[in-house]
Write a protein that binds this ligand. Structure first.
Ligand code: ME8
Length: 514
């Protein structure tokens, strides 16, 4: 059983058949923001990510590159880990499905499903998409003008006919429908929930769960001629990641996961197959699956196979890590598709980060440094406008908590940046620069209120922009132990000495063209 205060969150595990692309970066950044938020909110968080290394797609790419699948996986898993580290993704464990412990975990799940009577041997004939690593019914495929038959995600399918073990998915149709009914939060957003419910209602067929034509995978216990279908193996990572099959493992208490964050193309695997496997194996099902949308580069769909990948490392080098994180999290409503381009990124950086937040911090704290002896100023009685902006800042945490509980990351950021905008109006309206001579006591109060509002903004901005928010908290003189959400209930302390205000966000300037 999960301990009361724990929070377990996962990303999908990526196929390391190529280098990570921006879709992977997006999922990692968003999941990281959700994990950081819960950590700051006092939860004991476990954040799992990793790579999905078996299956035909890996074999075929490895063959093309003249490598073994394991060598290919090792090379690219390293790149995924580097991407996470580069983007400040604060995972607790990076799992690779080629790990021995994971193999034991998958075999244990298989044995339990078999003991339950849910696995039987037969033969499969039907359509398979290597790119999706998915079986499709004939009526889910169409033959295009180019004579190529494709599945529902638009990827080519091939005819497969071989001896195979099956999982009695059909026996779980009613149990799954009951699960969706009893736990209305099981699938988000609602559009995906509806899609899954209608898929399950349309009737579930038993699922082919082993292959005999290749051996790169987890062996079926007692029948080593078969390797398991890669999705049985891949989904099980979520429990291997917290110690399964060792239920005495120190991390097992995190299960069931609070949320699996995935892309919309793999909702069926997570919301239909995975809970069915878990029910069969007698393991509690996850609490929630949340599917984000797809990112398009200027409106064009990208993928490793299509070839128009945008490299997340380049993006981070060009714009900065916090800038890229902020852009995707604020710009794309989490759950919807989004597109991005250079102008949109630059606009967000310069308007929201450099101008609205960076300049406000710089201007107000420079004034504090020069005119208030470099200490958080003492304040007098608060005016109505002071109280209004403070109340607005105090209200952010409740809005952010509500939004983040349902993965509405953009809404949490909207709430914070609404306060940034209001703080700018407050600062302009109160004009503290003009008060230095006319009413120095009032100037101090305005600068105090501004510093306090900036402190609250910085604390709440940490999940999205961890490095810049930490810099802002540094120049506000906030101690390391005073940066979590519990500290929002306090106020910045007058008299605290402040370091010289260093800039937080430089403006983005186009590189000079030769
Ligand atoms: O699906 N925009 O791996 P994967 C946003 N191994 N998200 C995207 C995207 C895009 N353009 N392209 C991909 C797999 N994703 C399986 C998962 S989990 C047990 C196994 C997302 O490398 C995609 O939706 O193809 C998925 O959540 C993740 O990136 C990994 O995709």
């Amino acid at each position: 059983m999960a301990q009361r205060n724990s929070f377990y969150i996962t990303t999908a595990i990526a196929y390391p058949n190529g280098a990570p692309h921006i879709g992977h970066a997006y999922e990692a950044i968003a999941t990281d923001a959700l994990a950081r938020f819960q950590r700051l909110d006092g939860k004991d968080v476990f954040f799992l990510t990793g790579t999905d290394e078996h299956g035909l797609k890996m074999i075929q790419t490895a063959q093309k590159e003249g490598l073994t699948p394991h060598a290919l996986a090792t090379r690219n898993a390293g790149r995924f880990r580097e991407m996470d580290d580069r983007l400040g993704v604060s995972y607790d464990r990076f799992i690779r499905t080629s790990e021995e412990q994971h193999h034991r975990s998958v075999q244990e799940v298989w044995k339990r499903m078999q003991d339950k009577g849910d696995i039987y041997l037969d033969s499969y004939s039907g359509w398979y998409s290597v790119r999706d690593e998915a079986y499709y019914a004939e009526d889910e495929t169409v033959v295009g003008d180019d004579k190529v038959r494709r599945g529902p995600q638009g990827t080519p399918v091939e005819w497969v006919e071989e001896k195979s073990y099956f999982f009695k998915l059909s026996a779980y149709q009613d149990k799954l429908l009951k699960l969706y009914e009893d736990q209305p939060d099981f699938i988000g957003p609602d559009s995906r929930r509806n899609e899954v419910i209608s898929f399950v209602k349309s009737g579930l067929k038993d699922l082919s769960v082993s292959r005999t034509t290749f051996d790169w995978g987890v062996k079926v216990p007692g029948d080593p001629e078969h390797v398991m279908y890669v999705w049985v193996d891949a989904l099980t990572n979520y429990i291997s990641g917290v110690g399964f099959p060792d239920e005495n493992d120190k991390n097992w208490h995190y299960w069931p996961a609070d949320v699996h964050v995935i892309g919309k193309d793999i909702i069926r695997f997570h919301a239909v197959y995975w809970p069915a496997f878990l029910m069969s194996a007698g393991i509690p099902v996850q609490k929630r699956v949340y599917a984000h949308g797809f990112l398009f580069n200027k409106g064009e769909k990208m993928s490793k196979s299509v070839g128009n990948i945008v490299d997340p490392f380049n993006l981070a080098d060009q714009y900065g890590v916090d800038q890229v994180r902020y852009f995707f999290l604020r710009e794309v409503p989490f759950g919807s598709d989004g597109s991005y381009n250079h102008e949109a990124i630059v606009n967000r950086i310069n308007a929201d980060l450099a101008n609205d937040l960076g300049n406000l911090a710089q201007r107000s704290l420079t004034m504090v440094a020069k005119q208030c002896e470099g200490k958080v100023p003492e304040h007098g009685a608060f005016s109505e406008t002071d109280s209004a902006i403070l109340a607005m800042a105090d209200a952010m945490i409740t809005q952010a908590r509500t939004a983040m509980a349902t993965q509405q990351i953009h809404q949490a950021l909207n709430a914070v940046w609404a306060v940034v905008a209001e703080a700018n109006r407050y600062f302009a309206g109160e004009a503290p620069w003009a008060l230095a001579k006319t009413d120095p006591a009032r100037q101090k109060t305005v600068l105090y209120v501004t510093a306090e509002v900036l402190r609250q903004i910085a604390i709440l901005a940490q999940p999205a922009i961890p490095t810049a928010a930490a810099k802002l908290l540094d120049i506000l003189g906030i101690a390391e132990g005073q940066r979590d959400f519990a500290a929002l209930a306090t106020r910045i302390v007058p008299g605290t000495p402040l370091p010289a205000p260093a800039p937080i966000f430089p403006r983005y300037v186009e590189p000079a063209t030769a």
